[in-house]
Design a protein around this ligand. Sequence first.
Ligand code: FAD
Length: 698
Amino acid sequence: MSNYIVLVKQVPDVSQITDNAFNPETGTLIRTRLASVINELDTQALALANYMKEISGDRQGKIIALTMGPPMAEEVLRYGLSRCADQAVLLTDRALGGADTVATANPLAFAVRKIVKELLKNEDDYFVISGMQSVDGDTAQVPPQMAEELRLPCIAYVTEAEFKNDRFEFTRIISGGSQVVAAKKPPAVITVARYEFPLYATFSKTRWANQTKVTTWDSEDIKATHIGVKGSRTAVIRVFPPGKSTRKCRQLNDANSLAKVIIDSFKSGNGETGTAGGEQINGYVLPDKRASLLDRSFEGTKKEQEDYAILSEKLKELGIKETNQIDDQAKAKILTAAGENFHDRALDDMINGLKLTKPAFKGEIWVVAEHNEGVTHPATFELIGKARELADSLETKVGVCLAGYQVESMAKELIAAGADNIYVIEDKLLSVFDPTSHRKAVADAIAKYWPQIVLYAATPQGRMLAPMVSYRVECGLTADCTGLDIRDSSRKGDIALLLQTRPALGGNVMATIRTKNSKSQMATARPGVMKRLPPDTSRKGNVIKHKVEFSHDDISLEIIKTELGAGDVNFGAEVIVSGGKGMQNRDNYDRLLSILCESLRKKLNTQIERGASRAAVEQGFVERIHQVGQTGTSIGPKLYIALGISGAIQHMIGVANTETIVAVNSDPNAPIFKQCDYYIVGTAEETIPQLAQALEQT
Ligand SMILES: Cc1cc2nc3c(=O)[nH]c(=O)nc-3n(C[C@H](O)[C@H](O)[C@H](O)COP(=O)(O)OP(=O)(O)OC[C@H]3O[C@@H](n4cnc5c(N)ncnc54)[C@H](O)[C@@H]3O)c2cc1C
């Protein structure tokens, strides 16, 4: 008999976000200006749990909804009870507030333990099910970290479940395709990426849900080891509005005007892309390599930069070149100049900061390589490019952690891409990606060599592996970074920290995060944002073999079927035309893309390739190899034309490096219109033949 513990979270309704929902000074969200709703993917998790219970044929299995939050979060539990949950548990305590993902996963895992012991009477056939991520956090880290705490297998990004041979099989999204897997044995943690069969509440169920008692626990009840701000391993140091997209977002009203801008922008292509909030050059210099130790121009926050600027200016005026020349008289003058900016204690901290030269973290900059069947994921090369830049400014080496079977030969191209040391962990049991065995390999190598920074690609694989590894080695982790910079926090005694910048709240704000209480700083970074270096085959590097013992117990999942894109596609083409779910069917996709590609080829005299959204691939319009995006291919053509594509983040990060993006969509509010250069509101069926004709006549 299986039981289901479903994690549900109350989140701000970011779909209704308005500009006045943000504090313009700090960029932080004013929670009271937004309604609170249940995280949409958690409703899908409830629906999947209900479906699993149904298809297992076992009516005795219990569904228990669990949430952690303020007392008002009880509302989402009542939502669960009115749909399918039999019981509900609220974990609420002020001490749990301000938590990062570690200090969220840890108490939730302890609550699961208590549920299993007390409500399920130690029955160990259960699944913990949750949405893959919440719209406010967006990290997808909590479920895999819970799995690590509970020592359970984790099956992430599930889209379907079947009950076969007396067990559940799950279809899930993986890099470049999909996979059917089963946990070797329950319990297991499942995260839901999409399950579109919503549950509705009946009148009587709603009445029952409102009368049912919710079990309420506080932090003392669960005895978690990491809670609240204190138990967190990351801290937000800055929140700010995202930079304005440099995409033009211009609406055109007819096919002739669109044809004209397509031809013009293709011909005048300047190699510039128009993404916002992306990567910038770090340019950091260690304190003892600066012209003077008094130079503190690499402070992490604006406030720190301003305060040190006042201090430096005054020291210069007073002719002070060494910190030991700062006497009480000088201090008094500095404090007068500082006015309200800082007082004596802060000044002492700043002066102590001026004496610091040693970085807060030691060791190499590592990249965890992602690969499949001997082919390295492009994001790995991008991360090596970034790691090289960071390592050069920190005067250390770039290491790559390469776990797999018969993978040593891949070391050459990793060295050519900018790596110095390749840490190879080989075992037959690592031949396909299993989260538990690969977590063991990577965590073991990290715990031996302790790099100061570890970067993973924010692919489905990286977003699952990184939380498990970081939790195991007790380090903080930031998800989906678009900026990685080295900066100081001299007055707090920290030199050369990795500042990790990421979009949050569905891209409505940017947050800069630092690691704390950790031996290494870890981040996943979005594919397509960091820049790959041109390969240099003359570069020399070392292969270091790291031995880890594996047994079959280290494999947590049975892989039943893997479907990856096959065939030949030239995504290096200058023009890529993609069709989405809005193409309606395979015939339309074929017919309309053929018409447009043919006119473009004739007019622009260049190669044109076909792409697709994931939804179009899943509808069977075209083979998976054509998929563009986070789990497809990241591309950077001169011209990208998106037909009937809504503009989901997972699709758009795959086209971030495109020069000009054109969109055709029948929905005037399609999100892609805010992320493209030119667009037409219209159906593909009507617009494309007109555009093809206009191209030929222009
Ligand atoms: C872990 C994970 C990884 C993912 N990886 C990827 C990825 O690599 N690539 C990817 O694309 N997605 C990916 N997705 C899925 C992504 O979230 C979206 O679901 C997907 O991109 C939507 O595809 P779509 O825009 O074609 O479909 P929809 O979102 O359904 O949009 C269809 C659009 O067509 C428009 N439309 C309808 N009819 C017409 C018409 N007649 N003419 C013109 N327009 C019309 C509609 O207005 C709508 O905007 C991933 C999701 C997850 C969870």
